[in-house]
Design a protein around this ligand. Structure first.
Ligand SMILES: *[C@@H]1O[C@H](CO)[C@@H](O)[C@H](O)[C@H]1NC(C)=O
Ligand SMILES: *[C@@H]1O[C@H](CO)[C@@H](O)[C@H](O)[C@H]1NC(C)=O
Ligand SMILES: *[C@@H]1O[C@H](CO)[C@@H](O)[C@H](O)[C@H]1NC(C)=O
Ligand SMILES: *[C@@H]1O[C@H](CO)[C@@H](O)[C@H](O)[C@H]1NC(C)=O
Ligand SMILES: *[C@@H]1O[C@H](CO)[C@@H](O)[C@H](O)[C@H]1NC(C)=O
Ligand SMILES: *[C@@H]1O[C@H](CO)[C@@H](O)[C@H](O)[C@H]1NC(C)=O
Ligand SMILES: *[C@@H]1O[C@H](CO)[C@@H](O)[C@H](O)[C@H]1NC(C)=O
Ligand SMILES: *[C@@H]1O[C@H](CO)[C@@H](O)[C@H](O)[C@H]1NC(C)=O
Length: 644
């Protein structure tokens, strides 16, 4: 705290150039970092501020400090901060500077991964979807429109960050340029050089700039650039000597650095939950530290993909709402057995800080909450799409509509009577469409999976497709992930024409509250996508409420859920493995009832069973599920970093 306060005083009061009294640099002769002129090795942990409510940043950082970490590593997701071109958001949960100040106060250094691309299982790897307004754009290359957008963004971000550099009495010791660029097809050194110059221009010549790539020659070939310190990433069970000898191919001298040592692994909907035993992680961590290497544990706490922020891999597989990652601190910030196992390893190599570790926050089972149907999406269009539909002969994508996230309703009229006629497209649906004719559900189309549907209805009936953006691809060469109806659809042989397209501002409508519609439609085997609401009060007379909780969806199928207007994310218990959503206490109130809103896309339990959701005090991230395929092996750690 002191350091930064002093800097603020100096910066505010004196206006004279600050002579650098602190330094962080590379000692090539002694193969280490130098902090203030002394050899220094860091043990760091990843935390993404974008995946944790600001309310909990301090708690998580303190727990990281008490594990013996010297530093935290965080990504800056560009699309989180520049939702529309030239519109910036650095407030509330997006207040990056506040996060840096907290880390500094707690005594943690910061390794900043500034992008522009971050991967991170985050929508489009952090790149804003509006970049796709130029359809042919080559992302992460010297494409002039891409570079111009990157230049404008870095002109906003980097001057803010300069203030927090270690040399300027802030916590940031190193800044990463791009991310695993060697895994990308473009291999454009002009682009990497452009970024290097940009970062130097705004951050100065002193700060250590670095790159990170898979620990093999093939990745380092296109990922490393002279003037950017080249580091590697690898997980538990790897031959540490061999992995660091790969780093030595590009950095014959200097500190050994593993920038992403995997403590666990990510999940996908429809695939088994991933977990890595503590003992395996602890063993390799100890080997890395015994090598005298620097390490960042990825993740130390994973957190949550609230709202629509999850990414996806190819062939298309979306990541779930939880980014628990089987990390040492759980999604909810709980101290796990892995936390203590890794803390013990760290304690063998350095002194652990004295004092109490902040305890795991208590969880509360608020119990069942009855819900009521508000109405079908198609009945609520006045609330959801107040400006009405956009007319277009051919379908428009989300980007063409300038709606980047969520759901869009595409409507056209059947031009003749249809009886079991095939609605088809090889790859038009990104990513899932809930199809109905005049309110009668016809079924679902899903990218890469369900490509055909029988349609029955009379001439003149509305053919509705509610299309869900399930998260943009964050890794590999297919980042240009357009959403919505991205190609023509055919019904029998005919291309469907004359669309009415309703952009849906669901988040605003949920925050403002719906005017209830009583549906005249009879319950049936299928249902159209519909909204449900309910409310619950925090019990009085119990101390320390509200507390964190988890939301469970008995009998529900797939959808999106909000509490008091806060978008908690997607649920999909019909596929799994995640069965409960984390609900942080800061979104709950005790002064009045709390409102729950659910958009159920497929089928609710309301017609046949109890129309309710349930708050429980334990997460279930490994529930039984409908396995999508047996291709899980394809995404083992080795191939994950493998050539594309
Ligand atoms: C900025 O982000 C915060 C945190 O997500 C959000 O509450 C706020 O509404 C956003 N501001 C604007 C102007 O969109
Ligand atoms: C690890 O790699 C090194 C260097 O490539 C090699 O000498 C050693 O035998 C390997 N160790 C094991 C256990 O495979
Ligand atoms: C379409 O079906 C309706 C209702 O069954 C019928 O009245 C109408 O004549 C049919 N139109 C054509 C062109 O077959
Ligand atoms: C469409 O209906 C026909 C006839 O009932 C059936 O054979 C076919 O499997 C159905 N196709 C799809 C994609 O559901
Ligand atoms: C849709 O079909 C029309 C007519 O064949 C064609 O001009 C247009 O490019 C197609 N649109 C897409 C996105 O394929
Ligand atoms: C809260 O839920 C109860 C039923 O559980 C309902 O009667 C009441 O209208 C709801 N209140 C609001 C503000 O929605
Ligand atoms: C819940 O919804 C009711 C009715 O729309 C509203 O009056 C109340 O303020 C909401 N409660 C919260 C905590 O947002
Ligand atoms: C899920 O995880 C829990 C807690 O770790 C464990 O007890 C349970 O056996 C696991 N269930 C499955 C199906 O793997």
């Amino acid at each position: 705290m002191l350091a930064l306060t002093l800097f603020h005083l100096l910066a505010a009061g004196f206006g004279s150039p600050i002579t650098s009294q602190r330094s962080f640099e590379i000692d090539y002769a002694r193969n280490c970092f130098l902090k203030d002129g002394k050899p220094f090795r860091y043990i760091s942990g990843s935390i993404h501020y974008s995946r944790i409510p600001r309310f909990y940043w301090k708690d998580r950082l303190l727990k990281m400090k008490m594990a013996g970490l010297d530093a935290v590593q965080t990504y800056v997701p560009w699309n989180f901060h520049e939702p529309e071109p030239g519109v910036y958001n650095f407030t509330d949960d997006r207040d990056l500077e506040y996060f840096l100040k907290l880390a500094d106060e707690i005594g943690l250094l910061v390794i900043l991964r500034a992008g522009p691309y971050i991967c991170a299982e985050w929508d489009m790897g952090g790149l804003p979807a509006w970049l796709l307004e130029k359809e042919s754009i080559v992302l992460r290359s010297s494409d002039s429109d891409y570079l111009a957008a990157v230049g404008r963004w870095m002109r906003v971000l980097l001057p803010k960050m300069k203030f927090y550099l270690y040399q300027n009495w802030g916590p940031i010791i190193m800044v990463q340029v791009e991310n695993e660029y060697g895994s990308y097809f473009a291999c454009d050194f002009h682009y990497l050089r452009y970024l290097k110059n940009l970062f130097r221009q705004y951050l100065g010549n002193e700060v250590v700039l670095f790159t990170t790539d898979g620990a093999t020659k093939v990745f380092l070939r296109c990922g490393a650039l002279q003037g950017l310190y080249s580091t590697v990433d690898f997980g538990p069970g790897t031959n540490v000597t061999a992995a660091f000898s790969a780093q030595r191919l590009t950095e014959p001298q200097g500190p050994l650095v593993n920038s992403e040592f995997y403590t666990g692994w990510l999940d996908h909907w429809g695939h088994p939950h991933n977990a890595i035993p503590s003992s395996v992680v602890a063993k390799t961590l100890s080997e890395i530290l015994a090598h005298g290497a620097n390490v960042n544990l990825y993740m130390f706490i994973g957190g949550t993909n609230f709202g629509y922020w999850n990414g996806a891999n190819t062939p298309y597989m979306a990541q779930p709402t939880s980014y628990d990652y089987d990390a040492p601190l759980s999604e909810a910030g709980d101290l796990t057995e892995k936390y203590f196992a890794l803390r013990e390893v760290i304690g063998m190599y350095k002194d652990l800080p004295k004092g109490p570790i902040p305890p795991t926050t208590p969880k509360f089972a608020y119990g069942e909450v009855k819900l009521m149907k508000v109405g079908m999406v198609t009945e609520l269009l006045n609330d959801l799409s107040p400006s009405g539909p956009i007319k277009s002969i051919y379908p428009l994508t989300f980007v063409q509509l300038k709606q980047y996230f969520g759901y869009v309703l595409y409507r056209t009229k059947l031009s003749r009577n249809c009886s079991k006629e095939i609605l088809f497209s090889l790859d038009a649906i990104h990513d899932r469409a809930y199809v109905s004719v005049d309110g009668i559900p016809q079924g679902i189309l899903e990218r890469n999976k369900l490509l055909k549907l029988n349609i029955t209805g009379n001439a003149g009936a509305n053919l509705d497709l509610l299309v869900e953006n399930m998260g943009r691809v964050n890794y590999g060469r297919y980042n240009n992930d357009f959403k919505g109806l991205i190609l023509n659809l055919t019904l029998a042989q005919d291309i469907l024409l004359d669309w009415e397209i309703y952009p849906l501002d669901i988040d605003r409508a949920v925050q403002e509250g719906f005017s209830p519609k009583i549906s005249g439609k009879k319950a049936s085997a299928y249902e159209e996508p519909s909204f449900y609401t309910g409310n619950f009060s925090i019990p009085s007379g119990i101390p320390d409420l509200p507390q964190d909780t988890y939301l469970k969806f008995p009998g529900w199928t797939k959808g999106q859920v909000w509490i008091n207007g806060f978008n908690l994310g997607r649920y999909w218990p019909a596929r799994g493995p995640q069965l409960t959503l984390f609900v942080p206490s800061n979104i709950l109130v005790s002064s009045s009832p709390n409102n729950i809103t659910i958009l159920e896309l497929e089928k609710s339990p309301c017609g046949t069973q109890n129309c309710l959701v349930e708050f429980v005090d334990k997460p279930i991230l490994n529930g039984t599920l409908l396995y999508e395929s047996s291709s899980e092996k394809l995404f083992s750690k080795d191939l994950w970093l493998g050539p594309i």
